[in-house]
Write a protein that binds this ligand. Structure first.
Ligand code: MN
Length: 230
């Protein structure tokens, strides 16, 4: 049997190499920093939750380049959310928190781009979030760093500048659910597999951007992510 046409494999470059990390699924954690949960209209004490983006929403940006991300249709309130992204390198389910770190392939800086107006309208009606979260190019990502290089990341600044002005700044110590807890909890709902990415949530300070804006974000110890909206 042959496929009637070929499909491209979504992938993220691995820093300092010519290798690519193939993407299977993209999971995202919602409200995983208390101050961001508050700015979204919640108390900051609710447990985090998950949603997904399609693998082909991933928009890899090589080191030292500025990714040209298309301003999406059907929104007048397009938001950035800077996030630590965890790449999974080993499959498993019902993973204990104490073993979760061994499932990590590496880390990258990512943006969970959001059509906030659509997300809020859907949220109000109790409808699914795909139109607000899972659109084309909604998951820009910088090159992945292998865990052997970075070590297990439990602290370090996470930040985002828009046109040179700082908009978000937090620290990985402020995650409500640690990365190990996220992996463990997620693996109770889904069998994790190599190739999965987890966007772990954003600190406070999310806001609106428009065509022509340049966004630069980072996490201590990882390659910065730069995009411009076209
Ligand atoms: Mn997010």
């Amino acid at each position: 049997m042959n496929y009637v046409f070929a499909l491209p494999q979504a992938a993220v470059p691995i820093a300092g190499s010519d290798q690519l990390f193939p993407v299977r699924r993209v999971y995202c954690v919602g409200r995983n920093y208390a101050e961001h949960a508050k700015e979204m209209g919640f108390t900051g004490r609710e447990p985090p939750f998950f949603f997904c983006k399609p693998a082909d929403a991933v928009f890899p940006v090589p080191a030292n380049e500025v990714g040209r991300v298309a301003y999406p249709p059907m929104t007048e309130n397009y938001h950035y959310e800077i996030e630590l992204v965890v790449a999974i390198g080993k499959g498993g389910r019902n993973i204990p928190v104490a073993e979760a770190d061994s499932y990590i392939f590496g880390y990258a800086v990512g943006l969970d781009m959001t059509r906030r107006d659509l997300q809020f309208a859907l949220r109000e009606k109790g409808r699914p979030w795909e139109l607000g979260k899972a659109f084309d190019q909604s998951a820009p990502i910088a090159p992945l760093h292998r865990v052997g290089e970075t070590g297990i990341k439990t602290k370090g600044a996470i930040w985002l500048n828009v046109n040179g002005a700082q908009k978000q700044r937090g620290d990985l110590t402020e995650l409500i659910w640690s990365v190990a807890e996220v992996i463990s909890n997620l693996s109770e709902y889904f069998t994790l597999e190599p190739g999965d990415l987890i966007y772990t949530g954003t600190p406070a300070g999310v806001g609106k951007v428009q065509k022509g804006d340049t966004l630069v974000g980072g996490v201590d110890g990882l390659t910065d992510l730069s995009i411009t909206l076209v």
